[in-house]
Ligand binder design. Structure first.
Ligand code: GDP
Ligand code: MG
Length: 201
């Protein structure tokens, strides 16, 4: 089996995705591209667990704050603060409320380029501007304008790890080793085998 087939990524169907009955649709998208589900649970995390999830990367507060300030400016708007950490503190509070509001589905998907592939299928952070054909682009219409006006987190249905390192840290945060299953999918032969031996009789 190709060494590429081992890459893993964490995906969360957030509470709005569960309430919108999109679990099956979302799982189907990842199955159809050829990824393998190796971990799955339904859970209502604590606020502390949510905060740790977002701050596993120590630079997340600064980077997210800077990104948000920049996106306000790009849209000709004045950011609520010039301090990235202050901006992120508000975003994090809203994310804690959002992700503890009901059950989420937490999954680990495995396969070649799974991190980038899942991000491509999920689409950009803001549903309003994410591409047509992506999950966020096709199944929800929330915007920063609307969520900021109502002082809440943007409802974008899904979380997906942003890099292989982030994925490894997030998988360890949500799953213990014995909750993940190593197994073979028969369909993997057509995706990864070099010679495709054993098909013709
Ligand atoms: P993701 O990986 O596409 O989910 O995006 P990030 O990792 O950059 O951000 C994590 C979460 O923080 C997002 O899902 C949003 O809920 C929130 N967030 C990120 N950037 C912004 C922003 O510019 N404005 C607001 N209101 N929330 C943001
Ligand atoms: Mg992210």
């Amino acid at each position: 089996m190709s060494k590429f087939s081992k890459e893993r990524t964490l995906v969360i169907v957030k509470p709005d995705g569960v309430q919108r009955s999109l679990i099956g649709e979302i799982i189907g998208r990842f199955e159809k591209v050829g990824l393998k589900l190796v971990g799955l649970k339904i859970t209502v995390p604590t606020e502390d667990h949510v905060e740790k999830h977002y701050t596993l990367d120590p630079s997340w507060r600064q980077v997210t704050g800077e990104k948000t300030i920049e996106s306000y400016r790009k849209n000709g708007k004045t950011p609520p603060s010039e301090d990235p950490q202050e901006i992120t503190a508000v975003i994090l509070e809203n994310l804690k409320k959002y992700l503890t509001s009901g059950p989420s589905i937490v999954m680990v998907w495995q396969g070649a380029h799974s991190v980038g592939l899942v991000r491509k299928i999920v689409g950009g952070t803001e549903p309003l501007s994410s591409d047509v054909g992506t999950i966020r682009g096709d199944y929800v219409m929330d915007s920063y304008e609307m969520s900021d006006t109502d002082d809440r987190a943007i409802r974008n249905l899904i979380h997906a790890s942003g890099s292989v390192d982030e994925a490894n840290n997030e998988i360890n945060h949500w799953f213990s080793g014995d909750e993940l299953v190593d197994y073979r999918l028969v369909g993997e032969q057509i995706l990864y085998d070099v010679n495709l031996d054993g098909i013709l009789e």
